[in-house]
Design a protein around this ligand. Sequence first.
Ligand code: ZN
Length: 247
Amino acid sequence: MRYGFISDIHSNLEALETVLSKIDALNVDEVICLGDIVGYNANPNECIDIIRKRGIRAVLGNHDTRATGIDEPTDFNPVAAIAVLWARQALNEENRRFLNELPRTIDMDGKFMVIHGWVNNTDSYIMGAYDAAENFRLLKEALGRKLGGLCFFGHTHVRVTYVDAGSEVSANLDNPLELKPEANYLVNPGSVGQPRDGDPRASFAVLDEKDSEITFYRVEYDIESCARKVLEAGLPDVLARRLKAGW
Ligand code: ZN
């Protein structure tokens, strides 16, 4: 099987469509979404419609919980809060219900886990090796085994892999990344709709099970169109500007 991983779409329809057409050209069997379908940009319903129509399995992100009203954006910065409350009023009832029913974790038949933030918390960020080590502990607990653990996460909008080789946890940027059975991995494919590593191109990853390998991709998309819609919707203009700079 070949799996495609998309994360942090954030209502960016142009980026989502471009990434999915690239994924389709890469002979991917199944696409998985790591949360935050909505927030920030101007096409929440259109993005959810695509996820639903294609039957893409997804976990709940922290913007998704604020858009549905599961949580309030009291801990969001003012711009993120304005955008997620805009999404809340824009969502149609069907799509609100769809988000509302998303699980917080997916265990893909013991092959890999899917989360948004931490293994046990949608809102927390895995920001470095120390956080990763704690999540490897939680992952081993959840899987009931010490090795061969593979987990995909999002939330930070920055591509990285953490490798638990037994004695230490380290960050890794290999591309492609070769998976070894004697290690554990936490993999962030980066963000589709709002990359934050200075590269404005949309980011995603593909896992090839047969080759035990993950490849990371970046694709250009129509940023101008997405940015224009942000402004037309009356959302804060910083959200349009940051797309062009990749932060
Ligand atoms: Zn996000």
